[in-house]
Design a protein around this ligand. Structure first.
Ligand code: HEC
Length: 437
C-alpha cells in the first residue's frame, strides 16, 4: 500500500491547487474535480502513513510531513463537506482554501526534503567549506567528512536506507539490516568497505547508481581508519611515519590541489622510479597526485638527454628545477612542452634571448627563477605574454632599467624579486668589482 504514495501524491497536489485557484478567483469548481481531489488526497495520506511505518527511525522531517499531509487530507474533506452541504459561508470556504494551499506547499516541501535531502532546493554548495585543520582528528575531520559528503544524505535519521545511520561511530557499529557496517580492525569484512569495492553496476554498490563514487584515496582512508580500530581521538600527528593514512590525509588537506590535478595522465610509482637517477629526483607534489616536482643536478658528463628523456611525462611536470645546468635550445623546447608547468627554475644557466622565446607557451607558469643569466629585454617582453605569471626572480641579467620599468607598469601584479633591495645592491655594486646591473 505504501508504495502507491509516490505515485498518487501528485494528483491531489495538482487537483486541489486548481480547485483553490478556481475558488479564489470566484469561478465555479466542478463537483467532479473536488470529489476526485478529495479522494486522492485521502488515498495519498493513508498510503503515506503505511509507507512511514516502514521507515524505522522517524526524523523531524517525516514527523512534520506526515501531520501536515494528514492536515491536507482532513481539510480537503472539510471543504468537500462545506461545498456539498451548502453550509459554508463564502468566508469559511475562502479560509479553508487559503490554508489548504499553504499546507500543500509545506507538506510537499518536507516530502521533498525527505526524498531528495534537506538541502534539495539549495543551490549546490560545497559541504563543509571549513578547511581541514593542521593536525586533524582522523574520524571527526576526515572520515566523517567523506561520509557526510557521499553517504549521509541517504543514511540519516530522516532517511535511513537499509536501516543504516552513518552519522556517528556507535551507529556505524550497530549497522543496518544486514548487521554492523564496520568491524573494528577488519576492513576486509566490513560491510561498508565490501560495498564500496563492488562493481559500480552491482545493485549493492554504494553509493548507488547515479551518485558520485568515492575516490580510491577516500576508500583507502576509510580502510585505514577501520584497520586502526576506528578511534575517535586519533590525530594525524599520532600516526606512524610509515602509516599510509599519513600521505592520504596530507593529500586530502589540499583538496583543491587534488581536484586541480585530477585530469593529469596517471603516473605510476614504477615510472617515477624509472626516470629517477643520481641526477634527477622526482616527487609527487602531495599524496598520490600525478603532479610532479622534478629537480636536476649537473652530472660530470652532461648531455641534453638528461632533460629530453622526460618528454613522455612532460604533462605531469608541474615544478621543474634545472638551475645551474648547461641548458640550451633543445632543453628549452622540452621545457616548453611541459604544458602544466607552474614553477620553473632556470637561474644560473647559459640561456639568452635567442632561446627563451619558446617559453611563452607556458600558460600556467606562476613562478620563474631566471636570475644570473644573460637574458635581456627581449626575454622580458616574452614574459609579457605569460598571463599566469605571479613572480619572477630577476637579478644579474642584461635587462635594462627602462625595460624593467615598462614591464612593471604593464604587469603591476607580478612580483619582481631582485634579490636584494636596490639600496643595498647599489652599495654592494660600489664595493664590488662586478659591473653588471
Ligand atoms: C542515494 C542513496 C544512497 C546513498 C548516497 C548511499 N546509500 Fe547506502 N544504501 C542505500 C539503500 C537504498 C540501501 C539499502 C538497499 C541495499 O541494502 O542495497 C543502502 C544500504 C547500505 C548499506 C547496508 C546496510 C545494511 O545493513 O543492509 C551500507 C553498508 C551502505 N548503504 C553504505 C553506504 C555508504 C558507505 C555510502 C557512501 C559512500 C552510501 N551507503 C551511500 C542508499 C544509499
Amino acid at each position: 500500500m505504501g508504495h502507491w504514495h509516490p505515485v498518487v501524491l501528485h494528483f491531489p497536489i495538482v487537483l486541489l491547487l486548481i480547485s483553490v485557484f478556481l475558488g479564489l478567483t470566484g469561478k465555479k469548481i466542478p463537483k467532479v474535480l473536488l470529489t476526485v481531489a478529495t479522494i486522492t488526497a485521502l488515498i495519498t495520506a493513508i498510503s503515506g502513513f503505511f509507507l512511514g511505518t516502514g521507515a524505522g527511525t522517524k526524523g523531524d522531517l517525516l514527523f512534520w510531513h506526515q501531520w501536515l499531509g494528514g492536515g491536507v487530507a482532513l481539510l480537503a474533506v472539510v471543504w468537500y463537506w462545506l461545498d456539498a452541504s451548502d453550509l459554508g459561508s463564502k468566508m469559511y470556504t475562502k479560509a479553508v482554501q487559503i490554508i489548504l494551499a499553504g499546507l500543500i506547499g509545506f507538506t510537499g516541501h518536507y516530502g521533498g526534503m525527505i526524498t531528495h535531502g534537506e538541502d534539495f532546493l539549495a543551490l549546490p554548495v560545497e559541504k563543509r567549506a571549513d578547511e581541514i585543520p593542521e593536525n586533524p582528528l582522523i574520524y571527526h575531520d576526515i572520515v566523517s567528512r567523506i561520509l557526510d559528503e557521499s553517504c549521509v544524505k541517504c543514511h540519516n535519521p530522516n532517511k535511513t536506507k537499509g536501516e543504516l545511520l552513518m552519522t556517528s561511530i556507535p551507529e556505524l557499529l550497530k549497522g543496518g539490516e544486514s548487521g554492523p557496517a564496520i568491524i573494528p580492525g577488519n576492513y576486509e569484512e566490513s560491510e561498508l568497505i565490501v560495498r564500496l569495492h563492488l562493481p559500480h553496476e552491482h545493485e549493492d554498490h554504494m553509493p548507488p547508481e547515479g551518485e558520485t563514487h568515492l575516490t580510491d584515496s577516500e576508500i583507502q582512508i576509510l580502510e585505514r581508519w577501520i584497520a586502526l580500530n576506528i578511534s575517535d581521538t586519533l590525530r594525524l600527528s599520532h600516526l606512524d611515519n610509515n602509516e599510509p593514512l599519513l600521505a592520504l590525509v596530507e593529500a586530502m588537506k589540499q583538496p583543491d590541489l587534488a581536484r586541480k590535478w585530477e585530469k593529469l595522465p596517471v603516473i605510476t610509482d614504477s615510472t617515477i622510479t624509472r626516470f629517477t637517477s643520481d641526477y634527477v629526483t622526482i616527487k609527487r607534489l602531495a599524496g598520490n597526485l600525478n603532479a610532479l616536482r622534478v629537480n636536476m643536478y649537473t652530472p660530470p658528463e652532461y648531455s641534453p638527454d638528461l632533460i629530453t628523456d622526460l618528454s613522455s611525462i612532460a604533462s605531469n611536470i608541474v615544478e621543474l628545477d634545472v638551475s645551474g645546468l648547461p641548458i640550451g635550445k633543445v632543453e628549452l623546447s622540452m621545457i616548453a612542452a611541459c604544458n602544466n608547468l607552474e614553477w620553473l627554475e632556470v637561474d644560473r644557466t647559459p640561456i639568452t634571448d635567442l632561446e627563451t622565446d619558446t617559453l611563452k607557451v607556458l600558460s600556467k607558469l606562476r613562478t620563474l627563477k631566471i636570475y644570473d643569466t644573460a637574458i635581456g629585454d627581449k626575454t622580458l617582453a616574452t614574459f609579457n605574454h605569460i598571463e599566469s605569471l605571479e613572480q619572477i626572480y630577476l637579478w644579474k641579467t642584461q635587462i635594462t632599467d627602462e625595460a624593467l620599468l615598462e614591464f612593471r607598469t604593464a604587469k603591476p601584479l607580478v612580483r619582481i624579486n631582485t634579490g636584494v633591495d636596490l639600496e643595498t645592491q647599489a652599495l654592494f655594486l660600489k664595493k664590488d668589482s662586478i659591473t653588471e646591473k
